[in-house]
Design a protein. Structure first.
Length: 368
């Protein structure tokens, strides 16, 4: 008889860290003896086709605007299918409805996994409202779980009581990367710099969705100050998102069009890293930024905002600056470290924690 596992919440298989983590999870643990199904607010046809080779089903459920409908749908699904494990991967405690339904159905194991440390909203008033709802839901969300996980300690503390995070009930599962894929290669560097005409340029890079979380407006302000001091500097921005056009407009207003490259969505970030000279991640919040780990694996000097967990620092070429500092201070710091050699970067964290093999072992222990 197959062991049945229900996993939430996946989007389209491409939208951020949780989707990437869940697809890795499926590939790592799936066997013919497992039935692994997913919850989603909408079914993506391409993802649905991909999951068929694992005999997995995506069940569409109502979003949080309709909590009672979501509760009834998840409860009925669990009752009909008899899942032994419900594994919920979330960014906010507001996503508590499915856990509540699983608790009501007396599912033996309910795993709650935090992947963030903030709410990503475009307006201040909406963020304040959602932060308030999150804080309220956080008071009882953990009571629906039996096991607790986070991509970092900070992500855990955002989602669960600090006392729980400091206990043996909580475990950290770091976002893993294939470090061999990001090893510096001079050949690829020349190819990328030729593709974007970056010869003799000092290339500052960023990879991520254009949204409040990633803080592109501040990033452009930093680059403006950097460009004043270093005219050969170029900013490479990879990604898409709700703020894409606004960021383009901000670049035009600052007359930086000739110095900023918008690559759009790329599935070859590992190649782009090779062509960069410095990586910036001035995020307003993160759980644990996989892209920052990837950039360091490529040897890039990195500057991150100091709201990011120090667990993201894995090499000696990574530093943290406050978002309260003026863009000028960031620009001066970058220029002071522009000559750091990527080949000289030393590991300061435990490389094993971020390896795919270690993640696979953790995931198998988690669900098998």
């Amino acid at each position: 008889m197959k062991k049945k596992i229900l996993i939430g919440f996946i989007m389209d298989g491409k939208s951020g860290g949780i989707d990437k983590y869940l697809l890795n999870l499926l590939e790592n643990i799936w066997t013919e003896d497992l039935q692994i199904d997913f919850l989603s607010n909408e079914v993506n046809a391409e993802l649905e086709t991909y999951l068929k080779k694992y005999h997995s089903t995506i069940y569409p459920i109502a979003n949080l605007r309709h909590p009672f409908s979501q509760y009834r749908q998840v409860k009925k699904l669990i009752e009909n299918e008899g899942y032994e494990i419900v594994y919920l991967n979330v960014s906010t405690a507001i996503d508590c409805i499915a856990a509540m339904a699983a608790k009501k159905c007396r599912v033996p194991r309910i795993l709650l996994h935090s992947h963030s440390s903030g709410n990503d909203c475009e307006t201040i008033w909406k963020r304040k409202i959602l932060d308030g709802i999150h804080k309220f839901c956080r008071l009882f969300f953990y009571r629906f779980g039996t096991e607790y996980y986070g991509c970092s300690i900070k992500a855990g503390e955002w989602m669960f009581p600090k006392k729980l995070v400091n206990s043996n009930q909580f475990s950290t599962i770091f976002n893993a990367v294939d470090s061999t894929k990001f090893v510096f290669q001079e050949k690829i560097r020349h190819e990328v710099r030729a593709e974007f005409r970056l010869e003799e340029k000092f290339v500052i890079g960023h990879v991520g969705n254009f949204c409040y979380q990633k803080n592109h407006y501040f990033l452009v302000d930093v680059f403006e100050e950097l460009h004043k001091r270093c005219p050969e500097a170029v900013l490479m921005l990879a990604g898409q998102g709700v703020r894409f056009e606004q960021v383009q407009q901000k670049v035009r207003e600052k007359n930086l069009e000739d110095a900023v490259i918008f690559t759009g969505f790329r599935n070859d970030a590992y190649r782009l890293f090779q062509g960069m000279d410095f990586f910036l991640l001035p995020s307003n919040f993160e759980g644990l930024p996989t892209v920052g780990v990837e950039a360091q694996c490529s040897g890039l000097p990195c500057v991150m905002s100091d709201v990011i967990t120090r667990e993201a620092k894995i090499t000696s070429n990574c530093w943290f600056l406050s978002l309260k500092e003026k863009p000028e201070k960031w620009a001066e710091f970058i220029l002071a470290h522009r000559n750091e050699k990527r080949t000289d970067a030393q590991w300061v964290g435990n490389p094993k924690n971020y390896s795919l093999e270690h993640l696979k072992q953790q995931q198998r222990e988690l669900l098998l």
